[in-house]
Design a protein around this ligand. Sequence first.
Ligand SMILES: NC(=O)c1ccc[n+]([C@@H]2O[C@H](COP(=O)([O-])OP(=O)(O)OC[C@H]3O[C@@H](n4cnc5c(N)ncnc54)[C@H](O)[C@@H]3O)[C@@H](O)[C@H]2O)c1
Length: 332
Amino acid sequence: MSRRILVTGGAGFIGSHVADAFLAVGDAVTVVDDFSSGRRENVPGGVEMVEADVRAPQVLQRIASGEFDVICHLAAQIDVRKSVADPVDDAARNILASLGLLEAMRQSPRRARLVFSSTGGAVYGDFITPPAAEPEPKDPESPYGIAKLSVEYYMAYYARVHGLDTIALRYANVYGPRQDPHGEAGVVAIFCQRILGGQALTVFGDGAQTRDYVFVGDVAAANVCAASAAVPAARKLDSRAFNIGTGVPTSVNALAAAIQQAAGSSVPVEFGAARPGEQQRSWVSIAKAREGLGWSPAVSLNDGLQMTYRWFAERARAAAPTDARPRMRAHA
Ligand SMILES: NC(=O)c1ccc[n+]([C@@H]2O[C@H](COP(=O)([O-])OP(=O)(O)OC[C@H]3O[C@@H](n4cnc5c(N)ncnc54)[C@H](O)[C@@H]3O)[C@@H](O)[C@H]2O)c1
């Protein structure tokens, strides 16, 4: 029998792929999204679409009634800079909204599993030696990271005290089709768009800073694995947290070269001033997810960048006026 899956934020970049992945294994999917940053064209056909804020009573009542087997909670304010500019709004959207879901789950007559989209890029501090493993000290440097970590603490509390079934997935830098350039890994989307426009790629600092770039299809697969994995009971913060990345560091210089290769392009690469406070080295250990969720990334960086670039090229072609199309094609 197919399960009932609720995907919050399912009109967004990652959430729409999560919805796709559950549909592909035969589950019934409901998407809740307020379209604050999501797009209608991202929502896959075949889902029940509820246009609402996750805090809306109609959403919370359905969760409290026990309608869903699994709740993948991706709806969030994801812009780190916005969280710095307005931490109160960030906390409302990222902490209080999640707390509302936990409270609704607590009232439910049956146990659903909550799979929460957390972050590996923003909860571990700058002071640990990568790769970051789950028990490493947490030292978030933005209200966004603090909010994600706070929700994880609440989840551990609700699991321990109220017996809720919760899992946190701490994503590294996610990239892929449908990405907007404003996300944590927006650099891939930005580079693709600049190559399509024939513009130079700008690298801040010397480009040696590293990140862990994971393909969005692999992140969606991690949600599907987490939905049914048999995992030990949650006792404290890290017990049911899993890093989702590749375990491989990639420098910005290497990323720029790989995208150029994927695109068959050779636009110039320019170096700008280093951004103050930018983390220099960040990648995560994925050993726990491999073992505990039976998940591992399947898409190589080169293949993932090719799929991503192709998607941006296709979108640019579709948006271009007819007389501009031959020129766009030359870049693809
Ligand atoms: N992109 C990354 O690299 C990355 C890394 C780590 C964690 N994450 C987390 O993954 C999740 C998805 O991120 P994304 O990159 O797909 O972002 P996104 O902005 O594309 O998706 C978020 C979606 O949530 C919706 N939304 C926001 N607030 C809402 C609310 N109150 N009610 C209903 N819908 C709401 C938006 O309209 C959007 O469709 C987020 O929780 C984010 O923090 C992303």
